[in-house]
Design a protein around this ligand. Structure first.
Ligand SMILES: Nc1ncnc2c1ncn2[C@@H]1O[C@H](COP(=O)(O)OP(=O)(O)OP(=O)(O)O)[C@@H](O)[C@H]1O
Ligand SMILES: [Mg+2]
Length: 240
C-alpha cells in the first residue's frame, strides 16, 4: 500500500450505551467523531480517562456496534462499511485487514505461547512451520524467554502476557492495526522494541491507530493526534 493511500474514513460516529439493568440509563460516549487515517499513519487517540478511546477502537474492530455514523475501511481496492456489516464480513475483515492488540491478552487455556502468536498467520493460510518460525522471531525480539514459548500464557507475568499479545497483533502484518495501550506494563527496553515495530509497520505502509498513555511513546510514534472530549452528561430514560 502506498503511503498516504486513505485506509480509514470515520464520519459522524456516535456510540451510546443503554444500561438495561439500570433503569434503561443511556450513556453517550462518542458523539460526532470524524477522522481519516492513511497508509503510513499512526493516529494516536488521546483524551482523559473515560472519554471513549477504547470504545472507539472496539467500534473499529466491530466489537461494539456504533449507534450512529459510518466507519469505512479499505480492503484491497474496495471500501467496506463496518457499521451494521454482517458478522461474516466483520470476521473476514479481522482475518485480512484489521488487527487488534487489546489491553489484556485473552488467555486461551492449554495453548502454548508460540501457537497463540502464530495463530493469525495460520488463519491467513500460512503453513505451520513458517508461522511458528515468525512467531519465535517476534517473541525473541520482544525478549520473551524461549523457555516460556511452549507454555500456555495463563501463568505469565502481566508484561510477558502483553508481549505475547503484541507479537500476536503484529505477526500477520494487517494493513490496519489497532493498539490499546500496548506499552502500559512494559519496561523501557521493551517499550523501545514496540516503538521500532510501529516504525517498521508504518514504513511498510500499514495504518496504525493507538492509545498510548506514555508521552515518550506517543511523541515517538504519532503522525496525527485525535483528542476525544467527554460527550454530554448521561441521561436517565426511565419509564414512568
Ligand atoms: N460495554 C459497556 N457498557 C456500558 N458502558 C460502557 C461499556 N464500555 C465502555 N463503557 C463506558 O464508556 C465510557 C468510555 O469508556 P472507555 O473504556 O472507552 O474509555 P477510555 O477513554 O478508554 O478510558 P481509559 O483511558 O480509562 O482507558 C466509560 O464511561 C465506560 O464506563
Ligand atoms: Mg481505555
Amino acid at each position: 500500500m502506498r503511503a498516504t493511500t486513505p485506509m480509514i474514513e470515520v464520519r459522524g460516529l456516535g456510540k451510546m450505551f443503554t444500561l438495561h439493568n439500570q433503569g434503561g440509563m443511556r450513556l453517550p460516549v462518542l458523539d460526532a467523531v470524524d477522522f481519516d487515517a492513511s497508509a503510513g499513519d499512526c493516529l494516536v487517540l488521546a483524551g482523559p480517562s473515560g472519554t471513549g478511546k477504547s470504545t472507539l477502537l472496539r467500534c473499529l474492530y466491530g466489537n461494539y456496534l456504533a449507534t450512529e455514523g459510518s466507519i469505512r475501511v479499505r480492503s484491497g481496492d474496495q471500501w467496506v462499511e463496518l457499521v451494521g456489516a454482517p458478522e461474516q464480513r466483520i470476521l473476514a475483515l479481522r482475518r485480512d485487514v484489521i488487527g487488534y492488540v487489546s489491553q489484556f491478552l485473552r488467555v486461551i487455556p492449554r495453548v502454548a505461547a508460540l501457537d497463540v502468536v502464530a495463530e493469525p498467520l495460520r488463519a491467513a493460510g500460512v503453513d505451520a512451520e513458517t508461522a511458528r518460525a515468525r512467531a519465535a522471531a517476534l517473541l525473541q525480539r520482544l525478549n520473551v524467554p524461549a523457555r516460556l514459548w511452549g507454555l500456555a500464557p495463563a501463568t505469565f507475568s502481566g508484561g510477558e502476557q502483553q508481549r505475547v499479545n503484541i507479537a500476536r497483533g503484529f505477526i500477520a502484518r494487517h494493513p490496519v492495526l489497532l493498539l490499546d495501550e500496548p506499552t502500559a506494563s512494559l519496561d523501557a527496553d521493551n517499550r523501545k522494541v514496540v516503538i521500532e515495530l510501529i516504525h517498521e509497520a508504518r514504513a511498510e505502509g500499514r495504518c496504525l491507530l493507538g492509545i498510548f498513555h506514555d508521552e515518550e511513546v506517543r511523541d515517538a510514534v504519532a503522525t496525527k493526534i485525535l483528542t476525544l472530549r467527554p460527550a454530554l452528561a448521561a441521561t436517565a430514560d426511565m419509564e414512568a
